[in-house]
Design a protein around this ligand. Structure first.
Ligand code: ADP
Length: 332
């Protein structure tokens, strides 16, 4: 796992500010063409074009191109909602990509693209959730096997606060363990550990109900409820989108720390390009609807806290390059 710096906890400066608060874009610099990840035997050679801290691959890698086993692979996946009916709508078309299974590491993958391009559709296909699952055509593979439905190997955190209203924090956090049949004493013990890990106060918060919590606290509960189950893949659909900038900054910091601990592959949808470039080891950029992945970037880990990265020209070059691309997509 990349050794990313952590946002200083409790600082009031936003580590990754909301869009629109950055300096005016500089011209995107062109870097040299450099070798990217080694291709698998027989696969087409990959070249990458350096843009600040990012390496834009010359094409989006297909499953057969990577040397290591894949944790997630899409092959020519299309999803048409209401297929065969008058209101049929194709949300994603011919989506092909691969995320390698980096043992004991896990990659942090961010998905960016115009609104409505199919980001959530892709995430929910990986999760195996209807009506996105099953795909209309193509293959969705997790650890080499076709997705048949939801599974304990995949955990999801949504933007909406998804706790059970009538359950306490402790009961919410341990819900999945209860479903697995873990005895009450054991699951509550583990639940309290996770309540502390996500930065809540066990004594004060464990018996509260969701309506007694702030938005940030509720997302901490959602993260604890997901990570306590130790999924191999964590699917996050704009988890911090509804939070204020300072809370968002603290949650990014928390997520990086917990991600290092659980060593999972993370799929993270966000509208914040800064958030994607700071958090992501890899960024996928999607086209307009019907969405497909048009660009894959490998991102170098930042070498200082996020609020400092905002002053680093190479970080900003990558952000501005992606912003220009998305702006172009939005006007076409
Ligand atoms: P994004 O996450 O990029 O905003 P989504 O994956 O949520 O995009 O949606 C992609 C497109 O598919 C949108 O136009 C959306 O309205 C449509 N869509 C999503 N879910 C459904 C559904 N259950 N039935 C019909 N259309 C849907």
């Amino acid at each position: 796992m990349s050794d990313r710096p952590q946002t200083p906890a409790g600082t009031s400066g936003a580590a990754v500010p909301p869009p629109g608060t950055q300096p005016a874009p500089a011209a995107s610099p062109s870097g040299p063409t450099a070798p990217a990840d080694p291709p698998a035997a027989g696969a087409p050679a990959l070249a990458a074009h350096a843009i600040g801290m990012g390496q834009v691959l010359d094409h989006v890698r297909a499953p057969e191109e990577v040397p290591r086993p894949a944790i997630v692979a899409f092959r020519h996946v299309t999803k048409t909602y209401n297929a065969g009916q008058a209101n049929a709508f194709t949300a994603i078309r011919d989506v092909t990509f691969v995320v390698e299974d980096l043992v004991d590491k896990g990659e942090f993958v961010c998905v960016l693209g115009p609104s409505g391009c199919g980001k959530s559709t892709i995430l929910r296909l990986i999760a195996g959730l209807a009506p996105q699952h099953p795909a209309t055509s193509g293959e969705v593979l997790v650890q080499g096997r076709p997705v048949q439905g939801p599974g304990a190997d995949r955990g999801m955190v949504f933007q909406d606060y998804t706790s059970f209203d009538h359950r306490t924090v402790l009961e919410n956090v341990t819900f999945g363990l209860e479903c697995q049949g873990m005895p009450r004493r054991q699951r509550f013990e583990l639940g309290r550990e996770w309540i502390a890990k996500v930065g809540l106060n066990v004594a004060k918060d464990q018996n509260k109900f969701p309506h007694e919590l702030s938005g940030g606290m509720r997302q901490r509960v959602a993260i604890a409820r997901t990570l306590i189950l130790r999924p191999r893949i964590i699917l996050m659909d704009e988890p911090f989108g509804a939070l204020d900038p300072n809370t968002r900054c603290n949650m990014q910091d928390l997520l990086i720390r917990l991600w290092k601990e659980v060593q999972a592959t993370v799929f993270f949808i966000t509208h914040s390009i800064e958030e994607a470039v700071f958090l992501g080891d890899r960024v996928y950029l999607m086209s307009n609807s019907p969405g497909t992945i048009i660009e894959e970037m490998k991102i170098e880990p930042p070498d200082r806290p996020a609020h400092e990265m905002l002053g680093v020209p190479r970080f900003l070059d990558t952000v501005h390059y992606i912003r220009d691309k998305i702006t172009q997509l939005e006007v076409t």
